[in-house]
Design a protein around this ligand. Structure first.
Ligand SMILES: [Zn+2]
Ligand SMILES: [Zn+2]
Length: 263
């Protein structure tokens, strides 16, 4: 028995010394470059990068890498609405850039949040680099695994620099009779999810007055505000949007963002 244990200890020592030797001896420039990217800074909790997004001190530019499944690309008007929304709020003197990339369908009808995290980990190419902050977005086919009969989820912000839009679900709601057009729905969901990444409501950006709809999590109590909870389910959003107007931050939300350094 003793001998057996000793063998295991020896083996363990040998294995660990071998692997560290290999690491030291085989390091080349390519490895060093890969190692210098710290992906963990982009994998924190929603709202953790709110201040870095809003102010210019640590990051002077922003790149939003937006992947879309073939057939589920956001409209050009949605993208330009989103760009204005970002530049209206974020201090990024060296610019805000959207990088669009098409991917093939991952091939599922239903996606869980861990499926989505795994897809991101496989396809994301931009991580924070120097004074450039990066955000990942995905316009996906299929539907969210947690959808309920009256709650079809349209989007989720799920990491400090990551969001998903269930574009097939968004398109199915915009196809309903009397529904707002696709650009209005896409822009609302996209801006709302990015609002969460900006730390709203009470999730990384501190409230100046109490306006959190605690019952519905990190949302605003004002039913006309972009951060009202119904903005991210299809059924809720059709009720919320009047006359095709895209909801914006109300003054309570704007006050919070400005107090946290935003425009
Ligand atoms: Zn929300
Ligand atoms: Zn609000």
């Amino acid at each position: 028995m003793k001998y057996f244990l000793m063998t295991i200890v020896l083996l363990a020592l040998l294995t660990s010394s071998c692997s560290s030797d290999n690491g030291d001896n085989n390091t080349n420039q390519m490895d060093e470059e890969v190692e210098s990217i710290d992906k963990t800074v982009n994998k924190k909790n929603v709202g953790d990068s709110a201040n870095d997004l809003l102010i210019a001190e640590n990051f002077q530019s922003l790149v939003v890498e937006i992947f879309y499944v073939e057939g589920y690309k956001p409209t050009n008007n949605t993208l330009s609405n989103f760009e204005s929304f970002l530049s209206d709020r974020l201090h990024k003197p060296n610019g805000i850039q959207l990088e669009l990339k098409m991917i093939a369908s991952p091939g599922q009808d239903i996606y869980t949040i861990s499926d989505i995290r795994a897809i991101e980990d496989e396809i994301r190419t931009f991580y924070n680099n120097g004074n450039e902050l990066t955000v990942f977005g995905l316009f996906l086919d299929g539907a969210y695994s947690e959808n309920t009969e009256n709650g079809s989820v349209l989007g989720i912000a799920y990491r400090n620099t990551s969001f998903i839009i269930f574009e097939e679900t968004v398109q199915s709601f915009s196809g309903q009779p009397l529904a707002p057009n696709i650009t209005v729905l896409e822009t609302t969901v996209l801006n709302h999810e990015f609002g969460h990444i900006m730390g709203m409501v009470n999730a990384g950006t501190e409230m100046q007055t109490n306006h959190q709809d605690v019952e519905h999590g990190r949302h605003c109590t004002n039913e006309d505000c972009l951060m009202y909870w119904t903005a991210e389910t299809g059924e809720g959003l059709l009720n919320m949007i009047n006359g095709g107007t895209i909801p914006t931050f109300d003054n309570l939300c704007l006050n919070d963002l400005q107090a946290n350094g935003g425009k």
